[in-house]
Design a protein around this ligand. Structure first.
Ligand code: AMP
Ligand code: TRP
Length: 336
C-alpha cells in the first residue's frame, strides 16, 4: 500500500484540517509507505504574496513535524521541488475533459467570488492534484470529505490514461479515497451548517491548532448550540452534533460513546468537556512547534531529503508515461 496526500501551505491550520487530514497522515505512516506533499504550486492559483508563501510553507512543515510526521517513516516534501508533478500535469491534460474542469465545484465557487484575475491555474488545479497522486502510483489518498470531487476526477483521469495509452496495462494506479470515520467534516462553531475553514468561516468559530488554551476555551464556550437540551446527534441539531463529533475524534472513540457518557448533561458541560479535551490534545503540538519552526535550515534539509526520495519514485512513473505517450526520446534498451 502506498499513501499520498497533499496539503496547501496557506493560512493557519485549524482543528478541521488537524482532525480531518493531519491525524490521518500520522496514522498513515504506520500503515504503509507514505508520502506527504506541501503543495506550494497549488497555492499560486489564488492571489498570493511570494514572501508570505515561503513563510507559510515553513509554518506548515514545522506543524506537520510537531503533529508527529517522522521523516524516517514517511517522505515529506515540497511539491515545486519535484518537477515531475508539473510535467505529468501537462501530459494528463491530454486525457482530461475541459468541460469537466469547468463544472468542478471549487472552480465555480472560486472563480465567481474572485474579483481579481481568475487564473487558468485555478481551472487546472485538479489536474495538478491528479498528477501529484498518480506520479507515485499511490493506492490511497487520505483527505477530508470536501475533496471527493477532486478524487473522482483523478480516478477518472487514471482510467482514461490506461485506456488510451496503457494497452491493457495499469500504467497509472486508480487510487482510493480514504475519508476519516469520525471528523471528516468539522463545522464552524459559530455557524455549524458551514465547515470550519480559514477562508469562509468566522474567526470566533474557527479553532486554530496554535491557538492559546484560553482562546480555545473561549471559542468553545461561545459555540452556537441548538434549541432543546439533549446531548445527542440529530440533523436538526448541527451545533451539538458537531461538538459531539469533535469530542469523539479527539478522544479517539465513537460518537455513540460520547452520547452515552454525557446523556443527561447540559450543553454547558458538553462545551466544557470538548474545550478541555481539545486543549489537552493540541498542547503537545504547540510545545513542539516552537523549536521546530525556529530552525529553518533544518526544515529545508528535511524537505530536500524528502524531495530526493520522491523524485526517484516519480521519475520512474514519468519514464513509463512518456514512453507510452510517445513523447521525448525513446528509452534506451526498450523495444518500441
Ligand atoms: P486545506 O487547508 O483546505 O488545503 O485542507 C487540508 C485538508 O484538511 C484537506 O484534506 C481537507 O479535506 C481537510 N479539511 C479542511 N477543512 C476541513 C474540515 N472542516 N473538516 C475536516 N477536514 C477538513
Ligand atoms: N486540494 C487539496 C486540498 O485543498 C490539496 C491537494 C493537492 C491534495 N494535491 C493533493 C490532496 C493530492 C490530496 C492529494 O486540500
Amino acid at each position: 500500500m502506498r499513501i499520498f496526500s497533499g496539503i496547501q501551505p496557506t493560512g493557519s491550520k485549524h482543528l478541521g484540517n488537524y482532525i480531518g487530514a493531519i491525524t490521518q497522515y500520522v496514522a498513515g505512516q504506520e500503515r504503509g509507505e507514505a508520502l506527504f506533499c506541501i503543495v506550494d504550486l497549488h497555492a499560486t492559483t489564488m492571489p498570493y504574496d511570494p514572501v508570505e508563501l515561503r513563510r507559510s510553507l515553513y509554518d506548515l512543515t514545522a506543524l506537520l513535524l510537531a503533529a508527529g510526521l517522522d521523516p524516517k517513516r514517511c517522505i515529506l516534501f515540497r511539491q515545486a521541488d519535484v518537477m515531475e508533478h508539473t510535467e505529468l500535469c501537462w501530459l494528463l491534460c491530454s486525457v482530461t475533459e475541459l468541460g469537466r474542469l469547468q463544472r468542478m465545484h471549487q472552480f465555480r465557487d472560486k472563480s465567481t467570488t474572485q474579483r481579481e484575475l481568475v487564473s487558468a491555474g485555478l481551472l487546472f488545479y485538479p489536474v495538478l492534484q491528479a498528477a501529484d497522486v498518480l506520479a507515485y502510483r499511490a493506492t490511497e489518498v487520505p483527505v477530508g470529505e470536501d475533496q471527493r470531487e477532486h478524487l473522482e476526477l483523478m480516478r477518472d483521469v487514471a482510467r482514461r490514461f490506461n485506456a488510451r495509452f496503457g494497452g491493457g496495462d495499469e500504467v497509472l494506479v486508480v487510487p482510493e479515497h480514504r475519508i476519516p470515520e469520525v471528523g471528516a467534516r468539522i463545522m464552524d462553531l459559530q455557524d455549524p451548517t458551514k465547515k470550519m475553514s480559514t477562508t469562509g468561516g468566522s474567526e470566533q468559530g474557527t479553532v486554530y491548532v496554535l491557538d492559546e488554551p484560553k482562546v480555545i476555551e473561549k471559542k468553545f464556550k461561545s459555540a452556537v448550540t441548538d434549541s432543546g437540551s439533549e446531548v445527542r446527534r440529530a440533523p436538526e441539531k448541527p451545533g451539538v452534533s458537531n461538538l459531539i463529533e469533535i469530542l469523539a475524534a479527539v478522544r479517539g472513540v465513537a460518537p455513540e460513546a460520547v452520547e452515552g457518557e454525557l446523556a443527561g448533561a447540559r450543553y454547558g458541560e458538553l462545551k466544557a468537556a470538548v474545550a478541555a479535551a481539545v486543549i489537552d490534545y493540541l498542547r503537545p503540538v504547540a510545545e513542539r512547534y516552537g523549536d521546530l519552526r525556529s530552525d529553518e535550515a533544518a526544515l529545508e534539509s528535511i524537505l530536500a531529503d524528502g524531495a530526493e526520495r520522491a523524485r526517484k519514485i516519480a521519475g520512474e512513473t514519468l519514464g513509463d508515461v512518456r514512453e507510452r505517450m510517445g513523447v521525448g526520446a525513446r528509452r534506451a534498451g526498450r523495444p518500441s
